[in-house]
Ligand binder design. Structure first.
Ligand SMILES: *Cc1c(COP(=O)(O)O)cnc(C)c1O
Length: 476
């Protein structure tokens, strides 16, 4: 067998084997320990067991990869992974990844992959309209993640407000452009500042209120101080669903302030943007329609596989102004056909098709299916809050999203308490939760990210927490 060829029958056997193992994992994820034992040496040894000098049998090769992933992963698709925004992947997007891999559409140029390109344009338009943008002004691009989408936002803001930025960069600017975001915003904003020539110290970190939302009085004071100091406020980033506690900044008020101070208004809705699809939560995003741009991760609450984010903006010309460049070797149809080549709209050049995953999910489930899913997870969040409350835990955040931060009021000031409880829960392998500091004090954080998490999983988690607390009391 000469690489990279496999016979038709070998390919079939390979797929059959992979499918069997994968379906078994997908159906029975709940039977695994959520957390692996992090034995670095054993994991490295298992990767390096093969030196590629001898070709391995295809079936054995598949087994090596799948079985190792089973053994050495945090099983984020597990119904008791109450974790970061890493959902169980929905099945249409899994199948879509396979389909996409086979066709491998090239998303640099429109004419190479017109269907895949039109799918993405259609989804950007549809979601832009859901967020309340003027249909005639919507533009956007798929990106590999929220971090890339946030970086795109910073670059668009610079191109919008700094004359000649695309050609001269920041060279010759007398006033330093500044970014404003809250102390609870995602650190990818800082990364975007670090990698766009602004520098991390161009980020003004605005303190938060008791509700962990950006303090608007402090925002205004900081803006006035910076202007008086001769700086140039560039953009304000509001977060709709912070990573730590699910807080939603006051989008209406921040949007107004952005207008008043002529700032680019970006809403980082990487997680919380999905609320726009669920009527009970949609009002919390009021004001998002006034944004200049939005980051929205389909690989978070919409449960498509990793690497699928949308940057959506309400300025039809800004992406081209930011990223357009001509290259002689690229196809030229764009000019005559009134279509857009994605490479002229994004940081990436060659790019895999991302929209198909969301398109296939929407074809099968519809907006209605997503509405139900988000509704179910929201209900599970409420149920987790009331179970915790009934067992004497105190809830520390006020998000309407299923992100629940809590501690025990008696042990709240005992710095050993939270780590001990988390270690006990993770050590049992039955659930995964994390800790997060609120106003500097660590608390526990549990988020419903899995659409298969049910009432009984929530109850089990609370029992595990109660047991861990009892144990802690005994040894103290
Ligand atoms: C997850 C997250 C990001 C980063 O997105 P990635 O998809 O991980 O790159 C940015 N902002 C917020 C609010 C997030 O929750």
């Amino acid at each position: 067998m000469a690489a990279p060829f496999l016979s038709a029958s070998a390919r079939k056997a390979l797929l059959d084997q992979a499918l069997e193992l994968l379906l078994d994992y997908y159906e029975n994820t709940h039977e695994y320990r959520v957390t692996p034992v992090l034995d670095k040496v054993a994991i490295r040894d298992s990767v390096r067991e093969f030196d590629f000098e001898v070709m391995l049998d295809p079936i054995q090769s598949i087994n090596q990869v799948i079985n190792s992933l089973k053994k050495y992963s945090v099983h984020t698709p597990h119904p008791k992974y109450f974790g970061l925004f890493n959902p169980r992947s929905n099945f249409p997007s899994i199948v879509s990844d396979l389909i996409t891999a086979v066709f491998n559409p090239q998303l640099a140029a429109w004419s190479h992959s017109p269907f895949a390109n039109e799918v993405e344009s259609y989804l950007i338009q549809a979601l832009g309209e859901k967020f309340g943008f003027d249909p005639a002004k919507i533009d956007g691009v798929f990106s590999g993640g929220g971090a890339e989408a946030n970086q795109t936002a910073v670059l668009c803001a610079l191109n919008h407000l700094v004359p000649d930025y695309a050609s001269k960069g920041l060279f010759g600017q007398e006033k330093r452009p500044l970014i404003y975001c809250s102390s609870e915003s995602h650190h990818s904003i800082h990364k975007a500042a670090m990698t766009s020539g602004l520098g991390n110290s161009a980020v003004r970190i605005i303190p938060v209120t008791d509700r962990l939302e950006m303090d608007l009085t402090r925002l205004k004071q900081q803006l006035e101080r910076d202007i008086a100091d001769g700086q140039k406020p560039l953009m304000v980033v509001a977060t709709a669903g912070t990573t730590g506690v699910g807080a939603i900044d006051n989008l209406v008020a921040i949007g107004k302030m952005a207008k008043q101070f002529e700032l680019w208004f970006h809403v980082d809705a990487a997680y919380g943007g999905a609320a726009v699809l669920y009527p009970e939560l949609k009002p919390y995003l009021g004001g998002i329609s006034e944004a200049d741009s939005i980051t929205f991760d389909a690989h978070k609450w919409l449960s498509v596989t990793m690497g699928t984010s949308l940057f959506i903006c309400s300025h039809p010309d800004i992406l081209a102004k930011t990223f357009r460049i001509t290259a002689d070797y690229m196809p030229k149809e764009a000019k005559d056909m009134d279509i857009v080549d994605p490479f002229s709209h994004s940081i990436q050049w060659s790019r895999r098709a991302l929209g198909i995953k969301l398109y296939l999910s929407l074809l099968m489930f519809g907006w209605k299916g997503y509405e139900e899913m988000i509704g179910h997870q929201t209900a599970m969040g409420h149920s987790l809050r009331s179970e915790l409350d009934a067992s004497g835990w105190s809830i520390q955040n006020s998000s309407p999203f299923p992100v629940v931060c809590f501690t025990d009021p008696i042990h709240a000031k005992d710095l050993a308490f939270v780590p001990a409880i988390i270690q006990s829960v993770l050590g049992s392998g039955r659930s995964w939760i994390s800790s997060y500091p609120i106003h500097g004090i660590p608390v526990m954080r549990a988020c419903i990210t899995n659409f298969e998490t049910e009432e009984r999983h929530v109850k089990e988690l609370v029992e595990e927490l109660n047991d861990a607390r009892n144990e802690y009391k005994k040894i103290r």
